[in-house]
Design a protein around this ligand. Structure first.
Ligand SMILES: Nc1ncnc2c1ncn2[C@@H]1O[C@H](COP(=O)(O)OP(=O)(O)OP(=O)(O)O)[C@@H](O)[C@H]1O
Length: 362
């Protein structure tokens, strides 16, 4: 059987990327076509390794070859990725900055930030995490790094900070530079300088996603981060309670203000229902059901998922090993699904006007 490259491209031109609403060939996602008799191999370059539609797209490609060329073709599909970036984030090498915010304190914003960063990294992305919660930096504890200090050196008269690496991601926290027993009275300009240093003075290297854990509410740090760095999008964390939902709405409002203008990637509802470890199929909606989803609908933004309330999440946070690191179980599934939806929204936003898309090794 004779197959040509043109036939392959024509067949795959019938496969639509469901999120980006264009075919894979137009999107330049088909690469490395090799034909050897009836054997065909090609790569599909997705916009994120966390793509939730990976299996569906691969299947559609196989079906298209079978349908438009021949069922006799022996197809090998390599699913790879190249994370896209819409804007220059202002931090060299960093493709996307994802801000994690909440209207109200204590809703689990840091828990979501940490597990989001690790879940993205588990899919194969290069990830960094900044703890910008100046009033209660909790990331050092959550990673078991309370006594660590990042290395700093002088290069050409400039301070360069080495982010700490743990569980495959690079991280920096404002907590690494303060004494937990000595509360620091931060003044506005000091806060702004300190936060900017976490972005500008650190050796982040190449990152697909830099996740930023913001303080709760709306304040100086939000303004500093959003005005100094073009943030790709914001993830809003809420719990199902009315107060949290009302505050989340205010948080969304701040990101959408013309002076700030950061796209909302979506709403995550944390502590959605209680699930006992011994009976994971039982769900008790102790704070009410569907509040986060309704909020997302009202604001016309995506709903990124429900995270259950379970005791082991706080134990794991205190023990320095975030829960998504433990394979299997409801929390791992919930955080992996949430991360895939976040990455999907980043890809969709970037596809609106992709300015640069640099390849990453897979
Ligand atoms: N889904 C959950 N199930 C059980 N406990 C949780 C869950 N999410 C968060 N927690 C616990 O709730 C507490 C607050 O969480 P976290 O520090 O992530 O919130 P936050 O919104 O970042 O708080 P802050 O306003 O102080 O920044 C922690 O003890 C954490 O372990």
């Amino acid at each position: 059987m004779e197959i040509t490259k043109e036939q392959v491209l024509q067949a795959l031109g019938n496969v639509e990327e469901p999120d980006l609403k264009k075919d894979l060939v137009t999107l330049n996602m088909i690469q490395d076509i090799h034909i050897d008799g009836s054997k065909l191999s090609f790569s599909v370059v997705l916009t994120t390794p966390a793509c939730p539609l990976k299996a569906l797209i691969e299947n559609a490609c196989r079906n298209a070859i079978g349908h438009f060329i021949s069922k006799e073709v022996e197809v090998t599909v390599n699913m790879t990725s190249r994370v896209t970036s819409q804007k220059n984030t202002g931090v060299p090498g960093v493709k996307n900055i994802i801000a994690v915010a909440s209207g109200k304190g204590g809703v689990g914003k840091s828990t979501v930030s940490v597990n989001l960063a690790l879940a993205l990294s588990k899919t194969g992305a290069k990830v960094g995490l900044i703890d910008a919660d100046i009033y209660g930096p909790s990331i050092p504890i959550m990673f078991g790094l309370e006594n660590e200090r990042p290395k700093a050196s002088q290069v050409d008269g400039k301070t360069r900070i080495e982010p700490i690496e743990k569980f495959g991601i690079k991280l920096l926290s404002i907590g690494f530079f303060t004494d937990p027993n000595q509360p620091v009275p931060w003044r506005g300009p000091m806060v702004s300088t300190a936060i900017k240093q976490l972005f500008n003075d650190a050796e982040w290297g190449e990152l697909d996603y830099l996740v930023v854990d913001l303080p709760p509410g709306t304040g100086d740090i939000h303004i500093t981060v959003t005005q100094s760095f073009p943030v790709t999008g914001a993830v809003i964390v809420t719990t199902p309670q009315k107060v949290a939902l009302a505050d989340a709405k205010k948080g969304v409002g701040m990101f959408l203000m013309p002076a700030i203008n950061v796209p909302i990637l979506g709403v995550v509802e944390n502590m959605s229902y209680f699930t006992p470890a011994e009976l994971p199929e039982n769900k008790y909606y102790i704070f009410g059901q569907g509040g986060g989803q309704k909020l997302a609908q009202t604001l016309d933004v995506p709903f990124l998922g429900e995270i259950p309330l379970i005791k082991s999440i706080s134990d794991s946070g205190d023990a320095g090993r975030p829960i998504v690191m433990d394979e299997g179980g409801v929390m791992n599934t919930a955080f992996m699904e949430m991360a895939r939806r976040v990455a999907q929204q980043v890809s969709i936003n970037n596809a609106v006007s992709p300015m640069q898309a640099t390849p990453v090794a897979d």
